[in-house]
Design a protein around this ligand. Structure first.
Ligand SMILES: C[S@@+](CC[C@H](N)C(=O)[O-])C[C@H]1O[C@@H](n2cnc3c(N)ncnc32)[C@H](O)[C@@H]1O
Length: 195
């Protein structure tokens, strides 16, 4: 089967975001690991304080808070809960940008979106998001030619594919040059673009 082999970008995309992907599961990422968002309320309180400062600098009584890769909305929920202690008069429009569906029971004040809303003014967070943007893996072969690493869907075996060319080759040359046979790199171009 020729389509059994694909690059790491596609393999990661399927594993994380496909129909049965890790981040689609109902328990969400917090069911498996903790980030600063889940560890305590301190992070949300700090974001709430920063939001108040941002609104003051903007000279506005209304401010937007966008959370990209929002998990199940935990950060936004925490910030909305912490705000009254920081500034009870501040009005916040909260947006969760997520590939996973809106979780049941989330505060209706949170708008659930599939992309970053336009025309927002305030703060945008993307806590632990960029490392979840799938990227290709490259390896220098025995002759030093930099090739895309292919992975077999059925068992995770790897082999080298065609040479890395174009924009990806230029990205590696600039940021992560491979000089010796067997050296490997992630091609972080999709993360740069996401940023
Ligand atoms: C490691 S979790 C971090 C969750 C939360 N920000 C936290 O810090 O606990 C990464 C999240 O990003 C989401 N995600 C990944 N790519 C995305 C995209 N292109 N647009 C929106 N959400 C995305 C995933 O579904 C997942 O919920």
């Amino acid at each position: 089967m020729t389509d059994e082999w694909c690059g790491w970008r596609e393999a990661t995309r399927t594993a994380l975001y496909g129909d049965e992907g890790f981040y689609r599961r109902p328990e969400g990422p917090a069911g498996h690991f903790r980030t600063s968002v889940h560890a305590s309320g301190l992070f949300a309180s700090a974001v709430a304080r920063l939001l108040v400062r941002t609104a003051r600098e903007l000279g506005s009584g209304t401010v937007d808070l966008v959370d990209v890769g929002a998990g199940r909305g935990e950060l936004l929920t925490g910030v909305l809960a912490a705000l009254p202690a920081e500034d009870p008069s501040l009005a916040v429009r909260a947006y969760a940008v997520e590939l996973a569906p809106r979780p049941p029971g989330l505060d209706p004040a949170v708008t659930w979106c599939s992309g970053v809303p336009s025309g927002v003014r305030g703060l945008l967070f993307a806590n632990e998001w960029l490392d979840n943007v799938p990227a290709e893996v490259a390896e220098a072969d025995a002759d030093g030619v930099v090739r895309r690493v292919l992975v077999r869907r059925s068992d995770g075996a790897e082999r080298l594919g065609g040479p890395v060319t174009g924009e990806d080759a230029r990205w590696l040359e600039r940021w992560w040059p491979l000089t010796r046979p067997g050296e490997r790199a992630e091609i972080g171009r999709p993360r740069d673009e996401a940023w």
